[in-house]
Design a protein around this ligand. Sequence first.
Ligand code: HBI
Ligand code: FE
Length: 333
Amino acid sequence: MRRRPHAGKMANRALPSRFDKVTIATMSETDFARLPDLGSHVFTAPLKRPAGLGEDWIEPAQHSYTADEHAIWDELFARQMEVLPDRAASAFLNGLDRLDLGRGGVPDFARLSEELGALTGWSVVPVPMLIPDHVFFWHLANRRFPAGNFIRTRETFDYIQEPDVFHDVFGHVPMLADPTYADYMQEYGRAGWKAMRYNRLKALGALYWYTVEFGLIQEADGLRAYGAGILSGPTEAVFCLEAESPNRIMLNVDRVMRTDYVIDDLQPTYFVIESFAELFHDTVDRDFDRLYRSLSPGFTYANTAVIDVDDVLHRGSLEYFLRGGRGSGAAPV
Ligand code: HBI
Ligand code: FE
C-alpha cells in the first residue's frame, strides 16, 4: 500500500472496525525522520514535559557535573568492576573497553557519541527523566540512546527510581558497541510503534525488560549477564547467575511477552538467549500484528511461573521472594 498524505487524518476519523484495516496497514511504513503521530486511540501516560524542552525531550546541553558527582561515577564504576569481570557478557566487557568508560568521571556525551557513532552509528542524548514511550521509541528507531542527565546522590547510591546517567551509560551504552545488539535496539524502537497502536505496549515492554534490562546469555564458559538493570548494580549481577531463588529459562519471545514483571526488586525469573543474532531475528521476523490481535491487555503468566513449554535451565527455589523480597530483610540467596 502506498503512503497517502492524508493517511493520518483518515486514521483519526476511522471507526474501530476500520482501525485494523486502515491504520495498521499504513503504520508499517512509519517514517521515523520526524516524530510520528500517535492518534487518539493510543493510550499513553500523561507525562508533563518540562518547560524549555522540544517534542524530542532532549536537554539543550549535558549537565555539568561537580567534582563530587564525578567521584560518585568513579565509585559506582569501581564497585561494579569488583563483580562484573566473570559475570558480564563478553560483548558488554568489550564495549566498556572500547569506549573506555572507566577513564574517570561521568563521560562526555559528545565524545562518547563520536566514538560509539564510529562503531555502530549510535549516539547518546541527554534527557531529564523518564520520557514518554513513543518519544523513547522514536529515539531508538533513529539510533539515539536517551540517557538521564543527572547522577544519583550518596543517599540513593544503591537504589534509584528513575534511570540516572550511571544506569543508562554504564549499563546500556557498552552493549550498543556490539553491531548485532545495536540493530536489535533499533528494531525494538521500530516495533514500539506497532505495539502502541494496538495498545499492547506492556507486552513489548516485557520483552525489553527480560532482554535489554535483565537478560542473560549462554556463553562458551557459562551464563553471563547482558541486561543493563543487572549490570548497573552489585547485588543482582551475583544473584542472577549464582542464587538458588530465581528461575533461569531459555527465552521464547511469545512466552516472555505474556509474562508480568516487577520493577522494584530482584527478578524471580531470568530468560537466557543463545546469541544476539538469534534475539535479533526472533524479533525482526515476528508477526507482531498477529500476536497483538490475539493478546489480552494484561499478562497471562506471573513472573514466578514455570510453564509446560519452558526449556528450564534452573528451576528456582523462590526462597528470596517467598520470604518477602525487598524490604523484608530476606537474603538474596
Ligand atoms: N525513558 N529516559 C527513559 N529511559 C527509559 O528506559 C525509558 C523511557 N521511557 C519509556 C521507556 N523506557 C519504556 O517505553 C520502555 O522501557 C518499554
Ligand atoms: Fe534501563
